[in-house]
Design a binder for this molecule. Sequence first.
Ligand SMILES: [Zn+2]
Ligand SMILES: [Zn+2]
Length: 237
Amino acid sequence: MWTAIILSALAMTAIVALRYFAASGVFAFATSKVRPGLYAGLNPQIRREMGWSLVSAAIYGIPAGIVAWGWQNAGWTLIYTDIAAYPLWYLPLSVFLYLFAHDTWFYWSHRFMHRPKWFRIAHAVHHASRPPTAWAAMSFHPIEALTGAVVIPLLVFLIPIHVAMLGLVLGIMTLMGVTNHMGWEMFPRWLVHSRLGGWLITASHHQRHHDEYRCNYGLYFRFWDRLCKTDKGLASP
Ligand SMILES: [Zn+2]
Ligand SMILES: [Zn+2]
């Protein structure tokens, strides 16, 4: 049993690492086409971003691998595969609940990590990317990576979700993690500057966090930033 659990943790670590190289690689390549020269001179920083991200891959992969094993072999988690197990309207709702719960956790833990002591100990690694690149998506100190790594493996015990919707949540997490750091806005102006865009976090919003530090702490939604008056709007183009 323990061998199977360890193998599952190792396999998940490999999957997270490959996902990182695939997703960041695609958007780094896109950046070289859309904004040539944007990462000029940043190679030493990018190497550090990759190093921290690979450590993070293990920190994300191990709890996810253990929970995946328990789901398959021990009846753990509320992940379901029968699409009819819950009403169809629950599919989008479950995705929103996961994103909102993750966003809430991220907002408050992120604000906490901007306290001087924890910033020095942990969060400074993420802000050492100046400006961040597509490779900074998982560039976190292990302490910070751990605070992020437990969220989804805990939520699957609390909120039922169809396995495909869980895949969608992980896809959104990966896509936004990469694109929010890549240094340019890929979403159209009509969306980013729309009423809906006013509640969503894309690169223009998170870039401002990296520029100014003490604002725009959210992950997916601007709800907590707006409520707590930490939303400073979008970075100037
Ligand atoms: Zn960031
Ligand atoms: Zn920060």
